[in-house]
Design a protein around this ligand. Structure first.
Ligand code: ARG
Length: 593
């Protein structure tokens, strides 16, 4: 159980010991505590069991009618629902949780104690701070989250950026729900394109340029050699032959490849650090060893492998409509899919995960379906633990023609732009300790939030305007909302305390904020159902809007001391919750901007 508040533990214990409903089942939604109270009271009156009543409680259609409502006909009882509603309401005794019950026809409406809700919510935030909203539901379970996974021979494109941002979110969500996580980067560091890159490097490469800026330089080589190969297809044969040498363990071939790989990883790590992301494991296609052979043999034993012009293929078309897939070429070299199958088996041997998430764009849906199907055909007992989290395309960024926008450059440009906006306000600018760093964080927030503005699967067009926008529902706006809440605390000239008179928070604006904060733990618990970052963004925006419209009427400075103290606690809890939501999507909440 995540609630430790002495303020409400006694009533809960009294209650839970007498019923089948437990905090573990309903603990994440703070309104559930009120539902439980109502269900208990009504059950005693009506004889209907508490679970049924609990599940029938909902928000009323008209908010003015109350906070929770029950439609008696939904219970399918004998007797006249209107008469029952009337009888129950007459017998229902108000208590510290539920202030009032009333009925309109067969509907019963309940008004809860907002002071009590305030107490529950603010105590919970005060005690748990950065952990407010998290739960331990999946404690003891381990998940691998494989994300980002760029290709060393090709540029880091928008698909990789999305995988990085969404993957980091998936990881945070799992952790917030009690999972142990392993963040894995599965580099595209093997395959024919390394042959091509190596040949390109012999022709156009320079060791100095590689040293200075491996990612851009390898990209230049990549573009040049692709152009050359368009004129001269023989280059592709050379590339295949080169890759064959690599697979056969040729030392010279492997050494150049190792250099490309090592230097690129160093650069990627810098960028990930900037994005506030840390990988536990840098794996990659090149690291797959015995799994491929084992998989091929096992598939062969099951009669699933066919020979076709010297290649070994698996037919997933006839039964599953997933096409035919080559697993081994006629020269004996392996493919992307083969390596993925081998990697899956080796990961299991090494980590014994309860779940593994692949964060890969929807262009590869077919590939992932083939992979998962093959894992099932292999009869692996853990085949159900594989999950694909996909996402839509970003158009308007091409890599082959050399017009790619690199992640480093995107971060740099966005940061520059944010820096300009900040400089426009000289007075504020002067108060910021490290403006470059702050600009960088705002830039990242912009990139992240524009990516999370819609459901994952939606495509969007790449557009600098989208990245640079400071106004509206954007990353910079959320950071601004957070920093402004911080300034309330700085200017308050008194400490944040829990021991305040919460009955002073009766204004609708205050109650709305409290109710929204109360929903945060349930939001966190709901995220693993679909891993939609937009749900967190929507939540954070709404909290920001509620707070921003409360400032005018709920002043801290200038209000009587007790009132100011209660409001300060409220703003503080809003700041904490907004900060937690921002951290959940991978951002670093700012104190000033
Ligand atoms: N490197 C691949 C690409 O850039 C993505 C790898 C995704 N992960 C996987 N296990 N296949 O397209």
């Amino acid at each position: 159980p995540s609630v430790q508040s002495p303020l409400y533990r006694p009533p809960l214990l009294r209650f839970y010991s007498s019923t089948a409903i437990t905090r573990d089942r309903y603990g994440d939604n703070m309104f559930d505590i009120f539902k439980l109270e109502i269900a208990r009271g009504l059950s005693a009156i009506s004889g209907v069991d508490q679970d049924t009543l609990f599940n029938a409680l909902d928000a009323p259609k008209v908010a003015a009618h109350g906070d929770l409502a029950i439609a008696v006909p939904r219970l399918r009882l004998k007797g006249n629902p209107v008469a029952l509603a009337k009888e129950w309401v007459e017998k229902f005794e108000p208590n510290e949780y539920v202030l009032k019950a009333s009925c309109i026809g067969p509907f019963i409406n309940f008004s809860i104690s907002h002071t009590h809700l305030c107490k529950l919510v603010l105590t919970e935030v005060f005690e748990r701070k950065e952990n407010f909203g998290t739960n331990t539901t999946h404690k003891g379970k381990r998940a691998i989250v494989e994300f980002s996974s760029p290709n060393i021979a090709k540029p880091f494109h928008a698909g990789h950026l999305r995988s990085t941002i969404i993957g980091n979110f998936v990881r945070n969500v799992l952790q917030a729900n009690g999972w142990e996580t392993i963040a894995m980067n599965y580099l595209g560091d093997w395959g024919k394109q390394y042959g091509l890159l190596a040949i390109g490097f012999e022709r156009y490469g320079s060791k100095e340029a590689l040293q200075a800026d491996p990612i851009h330089h390898l990209y230049e080589v990549y573009v040049q050699v692709n152009k050359a190969a368009e004129q001269d297809p023989a280059i592709h044969d050379d590339a295949r032959a080169y890759f064959k040498k690599m697979e056969d363990g040729d030392q010279d071939a492997l050494q150049l490849w190792q250099e490309f790989r090592d230097m690129s990883i160093v650069k990627y790590k810098e960028t990930y650090t900037r994005l506030n992301i840390n990988f536990d494991v840098y794996s990659g296609e090149s690291q797959v060893t015995y799994g491929m052979q084992r998989a091929l043999e096992s598939l062969d034993e099951k009669g699933l492998i066919k020979e076709s012009e010297g290649a070994r293929i698996i037919d997933l078309d006839e039964k599953y409509k997933l096409g035919k897939a080559v697993l081994q070429k006629k020269d004996g070299t392996t493919l992307y899919l083969t390596r993925d199958i081998g990697a899956a088996m080796e990961r299991w041997d090494k980590y014994h995960f309860d779940a593994i998430y692949y964060i890969i764009g929807s262009q590869q849906d077919q590939h992932v379906k083939q992979l998962f199907k093959i894992l099932h055909l292999l009869d692996l007992p853990y085949a159900d633990r594989f999950h694909h989290i996909n996402f839509g395309l970003v158009s308007g960024m091409s890599t082959r023609k050399g017009t790619a926008v690199f992640l480093q450059d995107m971060l740099e440009q966005t940061k520059e732009r944010m820096h300009e906006v900040m400089r426009a306000n000289e007075e504020k600018y002067a108060q910021i300790d490290d403006p470059e760093h702050v600009a960088d964080i705002i830039g990242m927030s912009a990139i992240t939030v524009q990516d999370m503005a819609a459901r994952r699967i939606r495509n969007y067009d790449f557009d600098w305007q989208r990245m640079f926008s400071f106004e509206g529902d954007t990353g910079p706006y959320l950071q601004y909302a957070h920093a402004r809440l911080f300034s309330v605390e700085r200017n308050a000239e008194m400490p944040v305390e829990l021991d305040v008179d919460l009955s002073l928070l009766q204004e609708p604006a205050a109650q709305q904020i409290v109710e929204h904060i109360a929903k945060y733990p349930a939001l966190v618990a709901s995220l693993p159902a679909n891993f939609e970052p937009v749900n967190v963004i929507t939540y954070a925006l709404k909290l920001s809007h509620l707070v921003s419209s409360a400032y005018e009427s709920l002043r801290v400075r200038g209000a009587p001391r007790e009132v100011g103290q209660a409001r300060l606690l409220l703003y503080w809890a809003a700041r904490m919750t907004l900060g937690n939501a921002l951290r959940l999507v991978g951002l670093v909440p700012l104190e000033r901007m």
